[in-house]
Design a protein around this ligand. Structure first.
Ligand SMILES: *Cc1c(COP(=O)(O)O)cnc(C)c1O
Ligand code: SF4
Length: 454
């Protein structure tokens, strides 16, 4: 494949110096300097939790994003380092005991596997229900849930520059091969897109596709410039590299080639959007983070921001307002505020829907219209993306006003529906229909769809 680099004039050169990417995993916890200064007990807890949940953090995050004077409350520390509360007491004790006894690796692994199975590793039935087929063959690494958008999981992009402690894709980072969803096959992707003219959006996701070399990305995306892919109007790339490794866009060896790819896709008439995962304004406080944003935007690609609202990290309105303002200032478009999914360490991170709504509302109030493009709080549930639109009282009954932003049946979208108010519910399946109704309007149809897919 042709990948001759001609850098268009509009991509600026940079003054920043190249940096080596250095990463630490659970086996190197003790080698992280600021960790050595933490109490013995905290370090033991980290060891226990990281033998069950994925842990990976790089030097840039450690040295430049975390304020170690504010540990353990620092939001980026909570976002990246394992905490005791991320496991239930029972699970924690079980694993802690093994470590105290000096159990061997195989035993620790076996127990870790058992615990993970109890943590709902695949929420919202994504494996079984969204796997498409081409010529009767199931296509691993592709998900097609909403008509116009296909998700693609390239095999080389199934890791991240750092792992988020709350990640709903955590299961694929701990080596359980049967839990992974990924694809190596560019041909299958292109075949599928070609066979489906109704698809307008390709969303490349992971892990983080930005861990891939640019040449891999070229292999997937450059063919979309051919006329048979004219229906693919939008190419989105989900990434947290703007937070965890902004050098990817600035000084990495193939950063210029990446900017060139974006520019060529844009020049050919595609809408290119980086779907940047942000949780906290502290992620956009370094010069290199701003430089990465500037460079990406200079190619004509857009940056849209999305991320979940999570306890211990960003469960207050002021931090969200500050994040959205900073994004708008830098030319990023706020897109979604998500509700944390029902998986992994959810007990540690989840907040009630009622609280999530109040955070959203109190944050939106503080920003201008340009920041109010963020929709949410939204749950990516089995039937679709469901937004909590409001809390109100109708005929004396306190209710949640809900709507589908995306539905497994497109006809469900934008119909307001109502659930009994709950102080504590954290997810759609904990909600009950309001006004004495037995079921939500979509439930029978969704049940049929589930059966249809085995
Ligand atoms: C969120 C999501 C999309 C994209 O939805 P948009 O509302 O277009 O951003 C596509 N597929 C799946 C499975 C999703 O969860
Ligand atoms: S960057 Fe995204 S995929 Fe990677 S750990 Fe964080 S939330 Fe998960």
């Amino acid at each position: 494949m042709n990948s001759i680099v001609t850098i268009p004039q509009r991509i600026p050169t940079t003054e920043f110096e190249e940096r080596r990417f250095k990463v630490f995993t659970d086996r190197q916890l003790d080698k992280i300097e600021p960790i050595q200064k933490l109490p013995e007990e905290t370090r033991f807890e980290m060891k226990v939790v990281s033998s069950v949940l994925p842990f990976r953090v790089n030097e840039y995050v450690i040295n430049e994003l975390i304020n170690w004077d504010n540990v353990p409350n620092d939001p980026i520390y909570q976002l990246t380092f394992p905490q005791k509360g991320m496991l239930s007491d029972e699970h924690f004790e079980r694993m802690a005991q093994l470590h105290r006894e000096g159990a061997d690796k195989a035993e620790i692994k076996a127990v870790a596997r058992e615990i993970r199975e109890e943590l709902n590793p695949h929420p919202a039935g994504q494996m079984a229900m969204n796997l498409p087929t081409l010529n009767g063959e199931p296509l691993e690494g592709i998900q097609h849930k909403y008509n116009e958008t296909v998700l693609f999981f390239p095999a080389q992009g199934q890791t991240c520059h750092t792992y988020c402690t709350f990640c709903f894709r955590w299961a694929q980072f701990v080596g359980d091969k049967d839990l992974q969803i990924s694809s190596t096959d560019a041909e299958k992707l292109h075949g599928y897109l070609q066979a489906h003219p109704e698809i307008s959006d390709l969303l490349v996701t992971g892990g983080d596709p930005m861990v891939m070399k640019t040449r891999n990305l070229i292999q997937y995306l450059e063919p979309l410039l051919e006329p048979e892919f004219n229906h693919i109007q939008t190419i989105r790339i989900g990434t947290k590299a703007l937070t965890f490794w902004p050098y990817r866009f600035v000084t990495d060896k193939d950063a210029d080639e990446l900017m060139d790819l974006f520019a060529r896709l844009v020049d050919a008439g595609k809408h290119v959007a980086l779907m940047a995962h942000y949780n906290h304004w502290q992620e956009i406080t370094t010069d290199i983070a701003e430089e990465a944003i500037r460079r990406i935007r200079s190619t004509g690609a857009e940056i849209r921001a999305q991320g979940p609202v999570i306890r211990h990290v960003n469960d207050n309105a002021d931090d969200w307002a500050r994040l959205w303002k900073k994004q708008v200032q830098l030319g990023i478009i706020p897109y979604y505020m998500f509700v944390e999914r029902d998986t992994g360490a959810k007990n540690y991170f989840e907040i009630p829907l009622a609280k999530a709504f109040h955070i959203y509302r109190d944050a939106i109030k503080q920003v201008s219209g340009l920041g109010r493009t963020a929709r949410g709080p939204s749950m990516s549930a089995g039937p679709g993306k469901v937004e909590v639109q409001g809390i109100t009282e109708i005929n004396g009954e306190k209710v949640f006003v809900l709507r589908f932003l995306q539905g497994r049946n497109p006809d469900w979208v934008q119909r307001p529906f109502f659930a009994k108010y709950s102080e504590t519910a954290t997810w759609l399946h904990e909600l009950e229909p309001a006004f004495g109704e037995e079921k939500f309007f979509f439930e029978d149809e969704y049940e049929q769809m589930r059966k249809g897919n085995g």
